[in-house]
Ligand binder design. Sequence first.
Ligand SMILES: *Cc1c(COP(=O)(O)O)cnc(C)c1O
Length: 373
Amino acid sequence: MISFLDLKLVNEQYRQQLIDAATKVIDSGWYIQGQEVKAFEQEFADYCGTKHCIGVANGLDALILTLRAWKELGRLKEGDEVIVPANTYIASILAITENRLVPVLVEPDAASYNLCPIKAEAAITPKTRAILPVHLYGQLADMPAIMDLAERHNLLVLEDSAQAHGASINGKKAGNWGHASGFSFYPGKNLGALGDAGAVTTNDNELATTLRAIANYGSHKKYENFYQGVNSRLDEIQAAMLRVKLKHLNADTHRRKEIALAYAKGISHPAISQPIPASSTMESLESHVFHLYVIRTAEREALQAYLADAAIQTLIHYPIPPHQQQAYAQWNEQPYPLTEAMHQQVLSLPISPVMTDVQIDTVIAACNCFEML
Ligand SMILES: *Cc1c(COP(=O)(O)O)cnc(C)c1O
């Protein structure tokens, strides 16, 4: 059985280091807002190239709290419009509506699955105040174009980097392009904790201070509450786990790219479209860290069943687009044809740093042997 992502095997690689790190926290007697969080925040800010990293409880909170902090700072207000790709994971949109801001869904670029700067610009109205690009499946959105657009229209940019730790364009990483960025360290993400965890990166001192306070009961100073805040902090023990795993992130990313290149070169079935050309090289993949390897096929259900018979687990990211969810019933009748077509055709092949060469070859061979009815 080739599982989509064997988390047990992923973490087994670092078993002793994780146990040592957890033991250190247990023995320290200090479990919240201590040395591990502080050290991880510094290390992750250094990794992204940003001035600040603020650990929070999860990736959704990272996005929610950034928008909330911009509201507290008077840079956003209720009813302002935020442009967001229609084909994102629902968390990006929940963060907007949680703040009583208005999501404006924009169809993605058909080739990259990411926010299309031209369609984003066409969606700008006098109420637009921010753009929330999502680096979907691990590929950086066209950030040079998006930042240019934001500058011309005086818009805030919040990157959703939950799937793109370490992806870069011209050496500049996810998390360091926008005015702020939200990261998730959900266990299955490229940098995954052993539970929930998240962070915000930014170069903005004022945002960093405000966000840190909001995430800690609205308090800059113990028992003095400046905002009606929440409790959304990164745990010491998760920070300790993340410090162990951050050291291996570049090697893991390299392995993900090797698998992606093998798939791109090896899979040649005419009914399967691949996310990158067969001619791709390690260098040409700078902007992609392959959180997911997402192919498209009109025969999606048949291919998924065929691969399952061959003991290969695949997943669909995502089966129902946000605008067709019950949670957003007001959008259910609105057409987003490109987004809907993608949701009907996408299939994620197994990709994880612990896959063996034999397993990669098995997936390729199975895809190429797929017989359409
Ligand atoms: C995982 C994810 C999130 C949310 O992260 P959690 O840590 O699960 O809250 C947000 N956006 C995207 C694109 C994600 O993939």
